[in-house]
Design a protein around this ligand. Structure first.
Ligand code: FES
Ligand code: FES
Length: 175
């Protein structure tokens, strides 16, 4: 019989058992224990205290919760912890840079006013980072397509695309 410390939280009237995963989060190799039904978004925000990843719609529509798993952008509100495999590599916005050492994409969002209220910004940064890792020389249409899954209610999208284009130039050493 499992001890209470091995039990998860009560969901819909039953108690979910926790499972263990050895994963990399922002290049830190850690072991995470959580119920398989728990959303990756909640594991990141509340179990690992990585609050940079935001929840907007909670339904896979807005992209605010975007993270990168093994190089691919996913909506973490739609991924259950049980779908994560040992060895998976997860990158959240905290892995891009910090207040003292902003990544070029973060600095460009500030410089080009690609952010206003900031709710969409972590997801935008993650999608932009994923694009620039695969395509360091995108045109504006390619940036727009890559960011199509990230909705912003504040800026309009011109300044966001400006931000990504400038970051691409910096990363290519052209600025
Ligand atoms: S919160 Fe996940 S897509 Fe909106
Ligand atoms: S900056 Fe507010 S939703 Fe995008």
């Amino acid at each position: 019989m499992l001890g209470i410390e091995n039990r998860g939280f009560v969901t819909g009237g039953f108690v979910a058992e926790k499972v263990s995963k050895k994963i990399s989060v922002n290049s830190n190799h850690i072991e995470v224990l959580a119920p398989p039904e728990r959303r990756l978004l909640d594991v990141l925000r509340f179990d690992l205290e990585l609050m940079g990843t935001k929840e907007g719609c909670g339904e896979g529509e807005c992209g605010a919760c975007s993270v990168i798993i093994n190089g691919e952008v996913v909506n973490s509100c739609l991924v259950l912890f049980g779908q994560i495999a040992d060895g998976d590599e997860i990158l959240t916005v905290e892995g891009l840079g910090d207040a003292e050492h902003l990544a070029p994409i973060q600095q460009c969002f500030i410089d080009e006013v690609g952010t206003q209220c900031g709710i969409c910004t972590p997801g935008m940064l993650i999608s932009a980072h994923a694009l620039l890792m695969k395509n360091p020389n995108p045109d504006r249409d390619q940036v727009a397509i890559a960011m199509a899954g990230n909705l912003c209610r504040c800026t309009g999208y011109k300044r966001i695309i400006d931000s990504v284009m400038k970051a691409a130039e910096i990363l290519r050493g052209e600025k």
